[in-house]
Write a protein that binds this ligand. Structure first.
Ligand code: UD1
Ligand code: MG
Length: 510
């Protein structure tokens, strides 16, 4: 004989959610880091149920695929036709015939439910040895919800749907939250007796309470302390309201752990994010997915971080990062874009209008301005000149660029990968680096400048530029030279040493 299961969680997620007007099943809509269904499953997780069954129907394939990602231990059970919440639970239990003990049923659309609340419901139910216990809440506006109807002694008599309720019952503000604990055997028995004699012609799970009560079984009500937890989601206006409520809950919790949120109303932190003490989050900032922000780091204003790790003491300003790592004390932005596998070591800097993808930037190295770094490894204490491009793509394949430590690359360089610049090497401004530059060498890859004397006066005669040139030449005391110049006369090269130690600006910008 196999051991009976003692706690089973059943999540009802087969409904379409018509009022969402969406191609996505309602329970898959996202809310600060999890889907509605994901929130419900995580609220139920601490129950340590032996088994979790999710009733799927509308968009079953999508919901099953999502479960495979977020709750692979859960068993999806198909309810091909949505004939009511009672029908859904019956189908769920039919799929797990050995279920005994407590069955916890949760509507799939109550994402603000806290684990503590569902835990308290189940504990109260099991301690009382009740046949069925419903989570109830007193709400300001009960419109559309099932009402808790009590007898003169305050005992639960039945749960009545609004559309089946009389005027007195409609005035009741104590509602059914759609979260229940049942004794498995007695639930099974009652489910077999459900009728469809109601306004919707559906099998109502809520009718189980009336049936059990009239059979003399004990049915109980557990009242939620905070009615906000029981709010359902039926359309996108409600979804937005739930998002604001969850934002406030998450933000308050982080502030209480020692994180500063300078403008909590414009700070949106997924429930899956972690922040360390003394992190400071400035306004208009979204922290999403598996993002982690280290102690004392400063993030914002105007930052979006998705699945990104920010080290202690780092700073990220007006930037967007996805799947990136920012080392301790590193600095990002304003206006940087870090793409997946951008890894900045400690005290590295990625500055303004810089995009980094799949690249390591070593400790203390800087990419300060107007640059694309793709598929590169940059060593330590290196400076990359402004307006450089790591040319990683040949149209078919991607190639890597390796730059050593203590290198100084010139402004406006192209590194045509695969290519390497050695430790301590320099490159001249404006170079297209296609060959490796050995350690300590100066790589120069550009045409020499030539000046064609007198060209403007000759070829653009009468323009303001020509007049300015003539004035300048006149002031120099040069007489007649301009008019006489020819292209060939001006072809001489200057003997200036390129990139010499003269500080000529070849490796400009730090
Ligand atoms: C239900 C309750 C109501 C309660 C409210 C709380 C019933 C009859 N009524 O009403 O008392 O106040 O929740 O939010 O239970 N579902 C299925 N299969 C079905 C029908 C529904 O899986 O055949 C799922 C839906 O996807 C949803 C949940 O069950 O997640 C609740 O269904 P819904 O239609 O939203 O019930 P409500 O009318 O809100
Ligand atoms: Mg509902």
């Amino acid at each position: 004989m196999p051991q009976p299961h003692l706690r089973t969680v059943v999540v009802l997620a087969a409904g379409e959610g018509k009022r969402m007007k969406s191609a996505l099943p309602k329970v898959l809509h996202p809310l600060l880091g999890r889907t509605l269904l994901g929130h419900v499953l995580s609220a139920a997780a601490p129950l340590a149920a032996d088994r979790t069954v999710v009733v799927v129907g509308h968009g079953a394939d999508q919901v099953r695929a999502h479960l495979g990602e977020v709750a692979p231990q859960a068993t999806p059970v198909l309810q091909a036709q949505q004939l009511g919440t009672g029908h859904a639970v019956r189908i769920a239990l039919d799929a797990v015939p050995d279920t005994a003990g407590t069955v916890v049923v949760i509507n799939g659309d109550v994402p603000l439910l806290r684990p503590e609340t569902v835990g308290a419901l189940v504990a109260a139910h099991e301690e009382a040895g009740a046949a069925a216990t419903v989570l109830a809440a007193e709400v300001p506006d009960p419109t559309g919800l099932g009402r808790i109807v009590r007898d003169a002694d305050g005992r639960l008599e039945q749960i009545v749907e609004e559309r089946d309720a009389d005027a007195t019952q409609r005035a009741i503000r104590e509602i059914n939250a759609g979260i229940y604990a049942f004794d498995a055997l007695r639930l099974r028995h009652a489910l077999s007796k459900l009728s469809t004699d109601n306004d919707q012609g559906e099998e109502y799970l809520t009718d189980v309470f009336g049936l059990l009560g009239s059979a003399g079984e004990s049915v109980a009500v557990h009242v939620a302390v905070d009615h906000v937890e029981t709010l359902g989601c039926n359309d996108r206006v409600e979804l937005a309201a739930l998002r604001r409520l969850l934002r406030d809950r998450v933000n308050e919790a982080w502030m209480r752990t020692g994180v500063s949120l300078l403008d909590p109303h414009t700070t949106w932190i997924d429930v899956t994010v972690a922040l360390d003490r003394d992190a400071v989050v400035d306004q208009n900032t979204q922290l999403r997915g598996t993002t982690v922000v280290g102690a004392g780091a400063q993030v914002g204003p105007d930052v979006t971080l998705v699945d990104t790790i920010v080290g202690p003491g780092a700073s990220v300003v007006r930037s967007h990062a996805v799947g990136a790592e920012v080392g301790a004390g590193a600095s990002v932005g304003p206006y940087a874009y870090l793409r997946p596998a951008a890894r900045l070591a400690d005290k590295a800097k990625v500055g303004t209008f810089v995009e980094v993808k799949n690249s390591e930037i070593g400790a203390g190295s800087k990419v300060p301005h107007l640059t694309y770094v793709g598929d590169a490894t940059i060593g330590e204490q290196t400076n990359i000149g402004a307006a450089s491009v790591f040319v990683n793509y040949d149209g078919v394949n991607k190639h890597r660029t390796v730059i050593g430590s203590h290198a100084r690359t010139g402004a406006d360089n192209m590194f045509v990968a695969p290519v390497e610049v050695g430790d301590g090497a320099y490159t001249a401004a404006g170079s297209v680096i296609v060959d490796d530059v050995p350690a300590g060498a100066m790589g120069v890859a550009r045409a020499r400048q030539r000046n064609i004397e007198g060209w403007v006066v000759k070829r653009r005669a009468g323009t303001a530029a020509a007049e300015a040139a003539q004035r300048a030449r006149g002031a120099e005391g040069a007489s007649g030279a301009a008019g006489a110049a020819s292209d060939s006369e001006a072809m001489h090269e200057r003997a200036k040493p390129v990139g010499g130690a003269s500080g000529s600006g070849d490796t400009a910008t730090e």
